[in-house]
Design a protein around this ligand. Sequence first.
Ligand code: ZN
Length: 308
Amino acid sequence: MNFYMTRQLSGNLRQALACSHCGNGLEFTEAGANCRACGSKFPYTASGALDLRLRHPKPYLLAFEIPPSQLPGGDLAFEPLTMNPAPEVNLSGRSVPRHLTRELVSYFPKAKSPGSLMLDLGCGRGIHKELCEAAGFEWAGLDYDSPHAPLLGDAQSLPFRDETLDFVLCVSVLQYVRYPFVAIREIHRVLKPGGRLIGTVAFLEPSHGTSFYHHTHLGAYSLLQFGGFRVERLAPSKAWSGLKAQASMGMFFRLPLGLAQSIVFPVELLHKLWWRVAGLVTRRPLENTRLRHFTGSFEFVADKPGSG
Ligand SMILES: [Zn+2]
């Protein structure tokens, strides 16, 4: 039995869901959900998920504004994340799921009301559910293709009404998206003003087989800004180095993580030492530069401007 049987979707969540094609509200039946406006039908899958993925191609118009400057504006330092000095919610006693760090979790928002809804975009097996619920949110897990997700959908065509969510978690997703500029606009659209986006994106991880765009710090920053977000933090992952990522996800694929990482450990040590020496010689602090240039992934915290 699937734990997240779709028939358990709350009235609150059903209200927030919308047709992936036209954005109108849905009618729920025993077989799935229907859109009266455009006639799209979204069935339940064998695993009990509501399949809200597109039924046919959807046109999406996107306008770009080419700025006169080459680099994105702002004065973000792109330094490794430190613990939030004023966390909204205390999650310190909770275990931290894979891909997240305690530092990133300390930026989780607190649900403002009992029915506060959050989207776990690319939820996979649902490992973030407990943590999000501990922050007071009603968890809505969506994935493109996971037998454990209660909702199936596309990040480029989110099946939610405008401004219905207080929080979006987007862990290791953006590199898989064919049109990340569309996805970021979609995330912005479904968030309420004042809502928060937290996530990670691959940088020096090897190709995942189905990944499209791995992001540098500037790429991720520019993407978030294009989406309309105010970027609060954009940080290289300190523990997940490019070398570790290459070793465990590519070079020695399927070798136990500890073993794969121990193979590159001496190289990593030498690399750190080399940069430290370079810092001493040039009399410049280079540790943050080193992390930024060689991390496996970036973490980000961004807000949709507005009072909420
Ligand atoms: Zn429709």
